[in-house]
Design a protein around this ligand. Sequence first.
Ligand code: ATP
Ligand code: MG
Ligand code: MG
Ligand code: MG
Length: 433
Amino acid sequence: HNTAPASTRYGPPLLVSRLYQPSNLRDVGQDSRLPGDMTCKSQRLMQQAGLIHPSNPGCYYYLPATVRSMEKLVRVIDQEMQGIGGQKMDMPSLCSADLWKTSERWDLMGKELFRLKDRHGGDYCLGPTHEEAVTTLVAHQATLSYRQLPLLLYQITRKFRDEPKPKFGLLRGREFYMKDMYSFDVSEEAAYQTYESVCQAYTRLFSRLGLRCVQVQADTGNIGGKLSHEFQLPADIGEDRLLVCGNCSFSANVETMSSDGTDCPQCETGTLVESKGIEVGHTFYLGKKYSQLFNATFSNAQNKPSVAEMGCFGLGVTRILAAAIEVMSTEEGIRWPGLLAPYQVCVLPPKKGSKVDEVALLADDLVHTLGEALPRLRGEVVLDDRTQMTIGKRLKDANRLGYPYVIVVGQGALEDTPRFELHDRTITDGNRS
Ligand code: ATP
Ligand code: MG
Ligand code: MG
Ligand code: MG
């Protein structure tokens, strides 16, 4: 009923012709050789749809649609981490070697650590993870009281690892986004509770994204500690081998198992079945390994200094994006977890020149009406204004990008009871593979 032209109410609509989604791979078949190390479905789809562009090995341009999707993922992660008391911070990526020498990881990390020197000859590395940094920060706080614990600090930042084999696009980069949270607790018991609440938050996160995820017992690797789990998305291209019992709740990464047998070590009656997974999250109960070294203490109820119990909790942010695309998509087009789709709706007006100017105007108006009626769709509806192209061609593009909803506006829109053609591509059946 607002008679002002639509464009003056909410600003101009988002036009597909103006979105920066460079896809120079449009007509290249999946078997052809493509630039970069194009080795899996998610990477091919993301490059074809103009979501990422390779720069140097293991490094990518994250193009605008990817950034939109990542910002949505970050929002969901923030909600879950802050829901269990996490406080967001941001630590330097440029890390002094001193800390890493103290923990002996300067040598342990070997070639995976990106090392550099500053102008004074000082040794540095680009942070692959931040146990040393966060523990020394907390150690510097003279007044930390037991009343302030548990303390949960997290960040979502770029991490750097000189992977021996960067591959599969964003699944294994040399520069990638990780959410890393570090917990400080008064006792072993309290630390276990924190550990449990983070695992529950991870489970909630993946279920909100509609991703089927398995929590398995895992190795502690060079991070160290006493207890560890990985969150794995079942997928054939996964690089981890998982053993899951058909009879009880037992599930583990093969790396943790010493025998070759297939009998379940927990219930002793079930048989272990092997599958492959993509590691999207990893939780560690660290104990006092780092807090002792860096002297991260708090004053206890007796006002005496006491060494904190720690945990650390990683989530592969860019890996989750690619892994979701990997397990949900078809070969022809991306399917997103609804919460992460860069745009929710694409409106398709008819091809130019078919005496349907009126219909085109209606399509333009529909974009605004949707935003007016459903506030969650504001800024989420794009108009595919490339009306020199047939509807069929544009539908194919929309399919490739995977808008959850596509609305085709045709002659039916001019009838007394306007009709639109709605293509619903939301996924209700979870992981495809
Ligand atoms: P992987 O076994 O795949 O090498 P990791 O065990 O070395 O991973 P962690 O140190 O546990 O990784 O880091 C926490 C999380 O960061 C991982 O669970 C994963 O989701 C993500 N991650 C690790 N390495 C990469 C990478 N090279 N590219 C993208 N994400 C990564
Ligand atoms: Mg690794
Ligand atoms: Mg691993
Ligand atoms: Mg790991």
